[in-house]
Design a protein around this ligand. Sequence first.
Ligand SMILES: Nc1ncnc2c1ncn2[C@@H]1O[C@H](COP(=O)(O)OP(=O)(O)OP(=O)(O)O)[C@@H](O)[C@H]1O
Length: 225
Amino acid sequence: MIALKDIEKYYASKGVKSYILRHVSTVINQGEFVSIMGPSGAGKSTLLNIIGMLEEPTYGEYKFMDEDVISLSERKRIELYRNHIGFVFQAYHLIDEMTVAENIEAPLLYKKVGGSERKSRVADMLDRFNMVGKKDLFPSQLSGGQQQLVGIARALAAQPSIILADEPTGNLQSAQALQIMELFKKLNKEDGITIIQVTHSEVNAAYGSRILHLLDGVIKEDVRL
Ligand SMILES: Nc1ncnc2c1ncn2[C@@H]1O[C@H](COP(=O)(O)OP(=O)(O)OP(=O)(O)O)[C@@H](O)[C@H]1O
């Protein structure tokens, strides 16, 4: 599903290159649940953003579902992203002025999903996440855990093949974090959704099937659980 070959990323300032990622090569197959771990500044988010097509590498090859991401036109890349990738962020990134239901619906508008299909997918998500009673509330009226559930529901409504999550439980209490990790496990096992998460937590990483350890932009260890 994902094949990265010799990915390099650096920022140049006053002629000095600061490398964020060096010679990163790996293959992630459909159905895997991968955790990216490593110290602060190791390049975890950068790697996740490159996989999610939010950032471009300086060098290297990236194939996503057999498409050569680097050489794709912007339009095709956005289409590939919208059709397959669901992003979940640590800080939720919900739209404050929109209700729960509107937040879940928003990506479907971009995908040009028709009105009745949109309503039905939003209703399904609200039902699945036990949020029917909260559909008209605004994000600020929800707990952190509930906001993250909306963030995940929004990602899932677009029916992605893969979920990319950057510290999805970073702002949550441990009970809420557990709920999110159990949900990821279920989405992976029962719905076959590939999951790649960045986490600092050994407990969270243990939910997955593989851990990539990054250090100074290099994959130091690739552990199958
Ligand atoms: N636009 C930029 N210009 C220069 N340096 C950058 C830029 N974006 C990120 N970096 C640097 O890249 C390095 C890796 O950042 P990244 O966010 O990928 O690390 P991380 O492993 O996710 O860290 P954390 O666990 O703290 O979130 C950091 O040292 C950061 O300062």
